[in-house]
Design a protein around this ligand. Sequence first.
Ligand SMILES: *[C@@H]1O[C@H](CO)[C@@H](O)[C@H](O)[C@H]1NC(C)=O
Ligand SMILES: *[C@@H]1O[C@H](CO)[C@@H](O)[C@H](O)[C@H]1NC(C)=O
Length: 366
Amino acid sequence: MTPRTSRRAAILLTVSTALIGLINPVSAYPKGKTIHVTEGNSIQNAIASAKGGDKIVVEKGTYHEQLTISSDGISLVGHDATIVPPDSPVTNACSGLAGDNKQAGICVAGSGILFNTTFDGEHHKVISVGDYVKDVSVEGFSVQGFTGINIAVVGAKDASIRHNTMSDGAQYGALTVGSKDSHINHNTVNAAGGPLNPFHFIGICMDDTSTVTITYNDISGYFIGLCVQTSGAIIHDNSVHDCCIGAFVDPGIDGAKLHDNVITNTPPECGFGWGIRVQGATKTSLKGNNISGIVGTPANPGVGISVADDVGDPTSTGDIASGNTAEQNTLKNNDIDIELTSTGKGNVFKNNDCTVSTPANICPNN
Ligand SMILES: *[C@@H]1O[C@H](CO)[C@@H](O)[C@H](O)[C@H]1NC(C)=O
Ligand SMILES: *[C@@H]1O[C@H](CO)[C@@H](O)[C@H](O)[C@H]1NC(C)=O
């Protein structure tokens, strides 16, 4: 080998190692150990002893704990493990996030997080994050009955929350806020008694600073199934049923994509219903969603897809909905399938399978 070809080989080797590093984030951690936790022992102690690359397997049982994960590269795997509130609450990074004295079941949290002290009735907004916690995954747990949030992701990067069941979280089933590249997939989020008795506010909410992916979740029994507060959010193949509002896209949110979700059935106690409500958001893409059984009262009819400006009440932002597109959605058995009240430009409805609309000319079948 000439010096020249060997140098090329060395460069190639460096390049390919760099590529492997890029496509496989797991390689950022040494091959870790598996730590087993059995009923009667502390999951939090196991988390404290774990290093990046380690997997903590929690065996069958009920654990009265509030967990915090704030080191990189930890996977927490439940095998028929249930997390319920401890007798006395623990104070951690997620305490108070969803209101004073409200707690989270599992809290994935970075450090140096600066919260806005104003509480808007939903959660404290994140102003900045000192150090993101990276590559944490939580899967296979049943998390039940926390006063704030069953599973919270705050100031994290590349967190993955999957195949968990979150039941009866009073304010939220799952919330990701101030995070990057969160993935919330294949979870079941439900609430006994439905949205109002007692009040169960939001199934899954995303209020992140970069792309978030919310897919294949089954959400039911919440006032709002999906709260969309992240521009560019990717939300598809979720099933949302028995909620007052299937998905709410907030004022000022740009470019959220909601595709192939199935949204059905408004509980009668809601007294109104929205399948998907786009309120003062821009460039939302609604495509291939299947929305049925959204019903309200004669005074407040249920609406499958509603695009409106955020105006008309004291807390309104005045944001105008514009550039939103709804296409190839299927809408059946709703009081009103599609409603456009926005005064904004470029809101387009096309090729939807629907019958009843306001104004009357935006469904092809009437
Ligand atoms: C905190 O939230 C309030 C209310 O939304 C807002 O007016 C204020 O600008 C926020 N503060 C910071 C520092 O972001
Ligand atoms: C969409 O809804 C209709 C009923 O309105 C149902 O027959 C069909 O199977 C649904 N499609 C999907 C993908 O869920």
